[in-house]
Design a protein around this ligand. Structure first.
Ligand SMILES: Cc1cc2nc3c(=O)[nH]c(=O)nc-3n(C[C@H](O)[C@H](O)[C@H](O)COP(=O)(O)OP(=O)(O)OC[C@H]3O[C@@H](n4cnc5c(N)ncnc54)[C@H](O)[C@@H]3O)c2cc1C
Length: 421
């Protein structure tokens, strides 16, 4: 029987970052995953470290957009009809949270995390030898309609107020920045402060290697075996049972599989998303991720090829893939950038773990003194992994947290504060 101070369940970017921050503070830590680190949702994202993100993804504001989604004509969203009844309460809450004043409140609540996100990645990358994956080349967003561009005015005004670097570019300037792009758009906004990585899996693996180098233990096991033995937590692993004083749930979209049997029911939904890599034609090259805003997809240069990622699909987490959005976005993507053949046979499918208020849960599980939650990072888990690791480790070790964690507490859902176990 191995005894540790903390068990971290889930070795995605969030769990690995939490485990690394705990071990850096002198704790004995076991990191448990059913597979290798970084192969879950953290594998397939767009690689953007969006430290100057302001407004979260929102429910469609116009009836026209909603109708396009309902009629399955929208590239940015898809759904499985049989799932709508189950996800309806979450969608209604998401809609409420998309009111303009709520988006501003979310922006303010999330700013401490986003504002530190890049610096926390840079610090971990420096010590993990992973800085070569980081590009300080910003994020380019393209608009094919005046209306789409006009919709960015409020966010740009807030960015100016907060001193975040953002530049409106005309078509020539955007094409000068990315010469392989065809001028099929009419406006561009260049978020210069954003960064990106060329291989999200390699970054998570580098942080996991650093965790092991500092004495952390990474083991294979099923997180659902977590149970209490007296006042301690125990998990069964390939190396036998491991005990700890505290446990951290960082299972991303799989967190409810462990929490529901413990009686912790928090309203998480998943927004599924796909990616596929393509060979660029000739010498075509991209230096940064590009969003084709009116068509709802991103195109990002990765070590594996040019990665196209899709928007949200509302479907059961484990349902068979239905990558229709990739089919919808490929024609406009090919008109924008000279894409050659697909590299993999099949698209990759991941599931963004999302709460309807676009905030993760970071803090104690309601009613538990020694069970911690770090999940629900939605569209921004790569960005927020390291800053989450720092905040959770500060809370767990009794250090003054770098920001007020109250906005991220589970209590916002589980109103009745039960006695701590
Ligand atoms: C298409 C797409 C594009 C995205 N683009 C971006 C982006 O550009 N920037 C950004 O910041 N974010 C982006 N995201 C979001 C980001 O990828 C996620 O928020 C993030 O990866 C979540 O990380 P996580 O560690 O919480 O979860 P995961 O990476 O899913 O990790 C959870 C881990 O738990 C393990 N696990 C599950 N069940 C068990 C069990 N029973 N026992 C043991 N282990 C278990 C899994 O194996 C997995 O390793 C994107 C997401 C998608 C889908």
């Amino acid at each position: 029987m191995a005894r540790t101070d903390a068990i971290v369940l889930g070795a995605g970017i969030v769990g690995v970052s939490v485990a690394l921050h705990l071990v850096k503070r002198g704790l004995a830590v076991a990191l448990v995953d059913r597979g290798e680190p970084g192969r879950g949702t953290s594998y397939g994202n767009t690689g953007i470290i969006e430290s100057n993100t302001l407004f979260p993804a929102a429910f469609p504001a116009s009836l026209k957009s909603l109708m396009r989604i309902a009629l399955k004509q929208a590239p940015e969203a898809n759904y499985h009809a049989s799932f709508l009844v189950r996800v309806a309460p979450w969608l209604l809450a998401f809609r409420r949270n998309s009111a303009p004043e709520r988006l501003i409140a979310t922006m303010r609540a999330m700013r401490p995390l986003f504002g530190r996100a890049l610096a926390e990645h840079e610090a971990l990358m420096a010590e993990a030898g992973a800085s070569r994956y980081l590009r300080h080349t910003g994020w380019l967003k393209l608009y094919r309609s005046d209306r789409g561009f006009a919709g960015t005015a409020r966010e740009r005004a807030f960015a100016a107020e907060l001193g975040l670097p953002v530049r409106v570019l005309d078509v020539d300037a955007a094409c000068a920045l990315e010469p392989a792009l065809a001028p099929v758009f009419c406006h561009a906004v260049f978020w210069e402060g954003a960064a990106s990585v060329s291989n999200p899996l390699a970054v998570t693996c580098a942080y996991a290697a650093r965790f092991r180098a500092l004495g952390g233990v990474a083991v294979t096991g099923d997180a659902r075996s977590l149970h209490q033995v007296g006042a301690r937590w125990r998990v069964e692993t390939a190396q036998g049972p491991i005990d700890a004083e505290a446990a951290v749930v960082a299972l991303g979209p799989w967190a409810p599989d462990l929490l529901a049997p413990l009686g912790i029911k928090l309203p998480l939904a998943v927004k599924r998303g796909y990616h596929r890599h393509f060979r660029p034609l000739g010498n075509a090259h991209l230096a940064r991720p590009v969003l084709d805003a009116d068509n709802g997809y991103c195109i990002a240069p990765m070590e594996q090829g040019i990665r196209i990622t899709t928007g949200a699909e509302f479907a059961p987490r484990d349902a068979a893939p239905t990558p229709v959005q990739l089919d919808r976005v490929l024609p406009p993507a090919r008109r924008l950038f000279p894409l050659g053949d697909a590299i993999e046979e099949k698209p990759w499918l991941g599931a963004r773990p999302c709460f309807a208020d676009s905030r993760p849960i970071l803090g104690r599980a309601p009613g538990w003194r020694s069970l911690w939650l770090a999940y629900g990072h939605g569209h921004s888990g790569l960005t927020l992994g390291p800053v989450t690791g720092r905040l959770i480790a500060e809370m767990m070790t009794g250090t003054t947290p770098f920001c007020d964690p109250a906005p991220y507490g589970a209590e916002r859902f589980a109103k009745a504060a039960t006695a701590l176990r």
